[in-house]
Structures are given as structure tokens and as C-alpha cells.
Design a protein around this ligand. Structure first.
Ligand code: NAI
Ligand code: MG
Length: 488
């Protein structure tokens, strides 16, 4: 087992490390062997109150943060990105310890996350309003201003990327933040918080409160001084957050929620290439990915060949100790492990054909065999519900209109993919797919420059790109009356 030094386990408020008011702690678990890694300070309402107070002070109109030039906010963000890259190896190992993903992947995610921070660093002094030719003897313009104090609630599947998706645009916009990482993965958010301090951000600009959802998370959403909540997680909790936000103070809400994304493969595709692409689209991050392509629709002409190939690739997928050179580590916790195993049972019971995997991997840790179901029908649970595990469902189709209707027949609308060499088929698919991201001959190609988010129950708002920063800005319209015309 790799020894990873754990430096930070307390709450991060006002650039200080503090115990929780209650002095309570909670364990964070290693998904690889189910052992307790360490105890972490458990934040609750009293701690959220202190963190919001700090964020409010840092947002005061004459604070160091609010009076800093926008270009200097950018420089602090560039510095943070450099520090993350400096520590990429360490942060990757810490992430692997806490969430069980392969260490090379985790390190890659740190470098990718730094690129997101750099994108927003460059945006900080390019936040522009408009001048408007308004009716009357006036000059009118809009000014973009930070939305204020932001509560940011994170999931456990990509802890470092999710942390920077949230803080990057918020800080570039000039907001202050209180972040609640997922209870399963508090360690890397705290480690990056230490780099925020090292980079030179003033106290109170970024605060991190580890803890549970119904306590610390709910305290943030209920807080009347929080101007906005940004949330990534389940649709179930997204609904609650929106209700609470509307009842308390109409805080702004952006939500990145679940998905059941389709990938549609037409007869003209190269079967080997398509099977490989579909495999990665379904199994990336052990399937713990909101945009995972969990419904693979394959046209009848290549269906049998595709199923054989998909099973072959899945059987070869290497699973095990995430500190070794594997493609797949452990699922996040016992709850998700049991949930995924339940879906695998349900697929078998409902009559889908299990052509790869179908059981747990090993006897210790939350490992699941890469599982492929063929002959899946649209009404089966595995074709309708988000599994969030390494399970691919393959469904057969005959023609374009049928498959578009079936692909769109979901409450979700996060991603959709198409594999074809026919440009008119691809364009028609792009036009008809009801999803926030559509990929052609690739999948899950997500970059700092491109907006990401969902239609329908997959969410509200977009993260990343220009859209991502707009969600942290208010629009102030200014109208300036000109002096009376002189007598000429
Ligand atoms: P969750 O939605 O319960 O948790 C996500 C975050 O919300 C965590 O930080 C949690 O502490 C917090 N939270 C929970 N209840 C809250 C509340 N009442 N008020 C404020 N914050 C609260 O997701 P969970 O339980 O980890 O996973 C359940 C399912 O959600 C998964 O099976 C998967 O389908 C989906 N999910 C989707 C993700 C995505 O990337 N869109 C990420 C994680 C999970
Ligand atoms: Mg939950």
C-alpha cells in the first residue's frame, strides 16, 4: 500500500484550520480495503454560520478582495493553477486513497483541473458589459457584478475537478465561496484549500466545510446570507436544494444532476472503433460519471458483431488496486457498491443477457466487474435509471427516427453521442438530440472552454466556458441622464 501523507483534516475558515464547533469528527473510508483513512472535522450549522460570516466579510465592498484589480484576481488564480500542477503527484495519490480511482487517472485530473483554473484566470479581467442605445436623453450600459456569497456543494466522483469547476468561475467573477465537499471525499478539497492560501487569496474568500449533506449541506442552502448555491449530485437532492433556495431567499441555483445518456452507433461505423469508444464512454471512472453513456444503441446490421466486441473489451478491462497500473479501481462506498450490484441483479432478473462481468470483483473493497448487458429493452430498470457503476446496456435499433425517439425518451438530458461516417445522419442527430452536450465520433470530450450541463432533469445552468462565469454574475443596468440641451 502506498503511504500518503495526510496534512489537512480540519475545517478551513478565514484561511485558518479549525476544529468544528461541536468538536465532532467523521471517518473517511478507503474504498480499496474498507479501512478508515482518518477522522475529519465534521462541519454543521454552527460552522457553516462561521464560514458564511467570513465569506461575507471578505465580500464587503471595501475588503481586500473586492478592491483588488480584476487582473490581480486572475494572477492569484494562475498561481493556484501552478501550485496544483506542482503538487499533482501528491494530490493524485491523496485522491486515489480517498476515492479509489486509478492513480494515473487521478493525477491527470489534477492537471486538467489546473487548466480549468487557468481558463478562468484569463477571464477575470475580461468580464464585459454593454453600452445600450436606450430611448431618451440618456447613456445606458450594463455592468457585470459578482453574485455574492456562494455555497458550493460537491459530489465524490471527481473531487478535484468538481472543486475547481465551482471555485474557478466564482473567484474569477469576484465572489466569495463556502464549499462543502462530499462526505466520502473531503481530503483533496482541504489539500487544494491549503494551496488557495499559499497562492495568496485573502482570508474568507474560500472556505471549506467538510460534513454531511442533511446537516452541513442543508445549513448552506438554508442560510439567508448565501446568494447562490451551485450543486452537483443526484436529481433527488437537486430538487430539495431548489425548493429550499426558493423558500428561504430566492438564492440563485445552478444544478448539475444525473443522466442516462445514449450513444447511438449506426451500421456504417467501424465496429472496433465504435466498440472501443462505447466502452470508454460507459466505463470511464468505473461508470461513476454523470454523463456516462449507459445506453448503447446499435443498429441491427452490426449488432451481433458489436456485442461480441463489447464483451471482449470489457472482459479485458483491468480492475484492482488503484495504486497499480489498472483501468478501473473501486466504487466509492458500500452504499454505491450495493446499489450497483442491485442493478446488475435487476438486469439479470428482467431478462437482459449478461455477456461480461455480472459479479463483484474480489472479496475486499468495493470493486465491481465491468458488466455488459445485451438485448436490453427500453422499459428495463437498467435502461431507465442512473446506475453510476461499470454497467453498459446494449439495445438494438433499426432506423434513425425510431432510435432518436428512444434515445430522447428519458427524464434526463445531459449527454448524447453518435457514431457514423455519414455527415447528414450526424447533423440530423445533433439537431434532434435533447441533451446539453452532443458528441460525434467521440464522447465525453469536455474542455474548460466548452459549456457543460443538462436539459430537463439533468440540471439548470451551465458550468465551464463563458456560460460558466455568467452564472456567477449579476447584471446591473445603469442609466445616466444627460444635461439639458443648450440653446444654440
Ligand atoms: P447526493 O446528491 O446525495 O450528494 C451530493 C452532495 O450533496 C454531497 O456533498 C452531499 O453531502 C450533499 N447533500 C446530500 N443531501 C443534501 C441536502 N439535503 N442538502 C444539501 N446538500 C446535500 O448524491 P449521493 O448520495 O452521493 O449519490 C446518489 C446518486 O446521485 C448516485 O447514485 C448518482 O446516481 C448520483 N450522483 C450524480 C453525480 C453527478 O455527477 N451528477 C455525482 C454523485 C452522485
Ligand atoms: Mg445522498
Amino acid at each position: 500500500m502506498v503511504k500518503v501523507d495526510i496534512k489537512y483534516t480540519k475545517l478551513f475558515i478565514n484561511n485558518e484550520w479549525v476544529d468544528s464547533v461541536s468538536k465532532k469528527t467523521f471517518p473517511t473510508i478507503n474504498p480499496q480495503d474498507e479501512s478508515i483513512i482518518t477522522q475529519v472535522a465534521e462541519g454543521d450549522k454552527a460552522d457553516v454560520d462561521l464560514a458564511v460570516e467570513a465569506a461575507k466579510k471578505a465580500f464587503h465592498r471595501y475588503s481586500e478582495w473586492r478592491t483588488l484589480d480584476a487582473s490581480q484576481r486572475g494572477r492569484l488564480l494562475y498561481k493556484l493553477a501552478d501550485l496544483m500542477e506542482r503538487d499533482a503527484k501528491y494530490l493524485g495519490e491523496l485522491e486515489t486513497l480517498d476515492c479509489g480511482k486509478p492513480v494515473k487517472q487521478a493525477e491527470g485530473e489534477v492537471v486538467w483541473a489546473a487548466s480549468v483554473i487557468r481558463f478562468y484566470a484569463g477571464k477575470a479581467d475580461k468580464i464585459l458589459g454593454n453600452t445600450i442605445p436606450a430611448d431618451g436623453e440618456v447613456i445606458s450600459m450594463t455592468m457585470k457584478e459578482p453574485v455574492g456569497i456562494c455555497g458550493q456543494i460537491l459530489p465524490w466522483n471527481y473531487p478535484i475537478p468538481m472543486f475547481v469547476w465551482k471555485i474557478g468561475p466564482a473567484l474569477a467573477a469576484g465572489c466569495t465561496v463556502v464549499v462543502k465537499p462530499a462526505e466520502q471525499t473531503p481530503l483533496t478539497a482541504l489539500a487544494v484549500a491549503a494551496l488557495v492560501k499559499e497562492a495568496g487569496f485573502p482570508p474568507g474568500v474560500v472556505n471549506v466545510i467538510p460534513g454531511y449533506g442533511p446537516t452541513a449541506g442543508a445549513a448552506l442552502t438554508h442560510h439567508p446570507d448565501v446568494d447562490k448555491i451551485a450543486f452537483t449530485g443526484s436529481t433527488e437532492i437537486g430538487r430539495i436544494i431548489m425548493q429550499v433556495a426558493s423558500a428561504v431567499n430566492l438564492k440563485r441555483v445552478t444544478l448539475e444532476l444525473g443522466g442516462k445518456s445514449p450513444l447511438v452507433i449506426f451500421n456504417d461505423a467501424d465496429v472496433d472503433m465504435a466498440a472501443d469508444l462505447a466502452h470508454r464512454a460507459a466505463f470511464a471512472n468505473a461508470g461513476q460519471c454523470c454523463v456516462a453513456a449507459t445506453r448503447t444503441y446499435v443498429q441491427s446490421g452490426i449488432y451481433d458483431k458489436f456485442v461480441a466486441k463489447a464483451a471482449e473489451i470489457a472482459k479485458k478491462r483491468t480492475v484492482g488496486n488503484p495504486f497499480e497500473d489498472v483501468q478501473q479501481g473501486a466504487q466509492i462506498d458500500d452504499e454505491m457498491f450495493n446499489k450497483v450490484m442491485g442493478y446488475i441483479q435487476s438486469g439479470k432478473k428482467e431478462g437482459a443477457k449478461c455477456v461480461a462481468g455480472g459479479a463483484r470483483h474480489g472479496t475486499v473493497g468495493y470493486f465491481v466487474q465491468p458488466t455488459v448487458f445485451a438485448d436490453v429493452k427500453d422499459n428495463m430498470k437498467i435502461a431507465r435509471e442512473e446506475i453510476f457503476g461499470p454497467v453498459q446496456s446494449i439495445l438494438k435499433f433499426e432506423n434513425f427516427d425510431e432510435v432518436v425517439d428512444r434515445a430522447n425518451d428519458s427524464n434526463y438530458g445531459l449527454g448524447a453521442g453518435v457514431v457514423t461516417n455519414d455527415v447528414t445522419t450526424a447533423l440530423a442527430f445533433i439537431k434532434h438530440a435533447r441533451a446539453g452536450s452532443v458528441w460525434v465520433n467521440t464522447y465525453e470530450h469536455v474542455t474548460p472552454q466548452t459549456p457543460f450541463g443538462g436539459f430537463r432533469e439533468s440540471g439548470i445552468g451551465r458550468e465551464m466556458g463563458e456560460d460558466g462565469i455568467q452564472q456567477y454574475l449579476e447584471n446591473k443596468t445603469v442609466t445616466f441622464k444627460l444635461p439639458k440641451k443648450p440653446q444654440l
